[in-house]
Design a protein around this ligand. Structure first.
Ligand code: C2E
Ligand code: MG
Ligand code: MG
Ligand code: MG
Length: 292
């Protein structure tokens, strides 16, 4: 009886495996279709400069809008794209799409500040990415200084030489670099010295309870002062409340991004914001009142 039970467990396990593999394969096929049939779309999340109290840029975030209207999160398909090699096409699609959008905003007389693009660390292993990016900049007449590239530490550690070369080459072209989700992985001081980062993004997990958790509060303060002493700008991601903002202001953080200022917006909705110079009807820049 035990044997039979074991057997049925195994086959259930195999079934689940099969199911997962089949879902993977289907997702990969659909993603390939999405890339060629324009189902991928960029949203833009505004970033707020705390000193100027105004919009200073956007982060471009990809969305997959399926034919039936469902929207799939990048958290669900970027990993599949990375495993299947499709990430090369996704990243290049994003680069092209965002440069085109920035060019359109500039041509219409708007100032979008600096626009950040998330680049998979896989793309940092492809030598022709430098040519691809500079050609695409030229084609759309976008000044390189308008574009910031965000990477997580992922593969940086493994192929230091290649990543360094590509990052330095693109920096020489005039693009900026930001290290995303800082504090979550192995990222340490050495990363900030080894690679030409202009900006560091404090991960949302620190920001979440920064005003309540003493440990996160001191780590956040330490990250900010370390970055500043290296001449690296700091932005906090995932800022949702006035309390979080209050803490970050006090800690000397210069920029924020998060639902408190604005969620990611479709490109059309950004135009109103750009027309108003990024001034949103913020619930409170009367932050002091909300501070504990
Ligand atoms: P990320 O680069 O760290 O992006 C920040 C994520 O936090 C975004 O999720 C954004 O919508 C979300 N977010 C922004 N403000 C808040 C907030 O106040 N509270 C909370 N809870 N969340 C907030 P999203 O758009 O689902 O993207 C998830 C991840 O997928 C990104 O993390 C990035 O690693 C990746 N990704 C997104 N777009 C692209 C892309 O175009 N190319 C590549 N290669 N990866 C992308
Ligand atoms: Mg990012
Ligand atoms: Mg991030
Ligand atoms: Mg993140």
């Amino acid at each position: 009886k035990a044997k039979e039970q074991g057997k049925s467990q195994i086959s259930r396990f195999e079934l689940t495996m099969n199911d997962t593999v089949q879902k993977r394969v289907a997702l990969e096929r659909d993603l390939r279709h999405a890339i060629s049939y324009g189902e991928l779309e960029m949203f833009y999340q505004p970033q707020l400069d705390l000193r100027a109290g105004a919009l200073c840029g956007f982060e471009a975030l990809i969305r997959w809008r399926m034919a039936d209207g469902r929207i799939i999160s990048p958290l669900d398909f970027i990993p599949v794209a990375e495993e299947s090699g499709l990430i090369r096409d996704v990243d290049r699609y994003v680069i092209n799409c965002v440069f085109q959008q920035v060019a359109a905003w500039l041509a219409a007389g708007y100032d979008p500040g600096e626009v950040a693009i998330n680049i998979s660390t896989y793309s940092l292993q492809e030598h022709d990415i430098v040519a691809y990016i500079s050609d695409t900049l030229n084609r759309h007449h976008v000044p390189a200084a308008r574009i910031k590239l965000e990477v997580t530490e992922g593969l940086l550690m493994k192929n230091v030489d290649t990543a360094q070369r590509i990052m330095n080459d693109l920096k020489a072209v005039g693009l900026k670099w930001s290290i995303d989700d800082f504090g979550t992985g192995y990222s340490a001081l050495s990363y900030l010295r080894k690679y030409p980062f202009d900006q560091l993004k404090i991960d949302r997990s620190f920001v979440e309870d920064v005003h309540l958790n003493l440990e996160n509060a001191s780590v956040t303060r330490a990250i900010i002062s370390m970055a500043h002493s290296l001449g690296i700008a700091v932005i906090a991601e995932g800022v949702e409340t006035a309390e979080q903002l209050g803490f970050l202001l006090q800690a000397g953080c210069s920029q924020i991004q998060g639902y408190y200022y604005s969620p990611p917006l479709p490109a059309n909705s950004c135009v109103q914001l750009l027309a108003d110079d990024g001034v949103l009807s913020l619930p409170a820049i009367s932050i002091k009142r909300n501070q504990r």
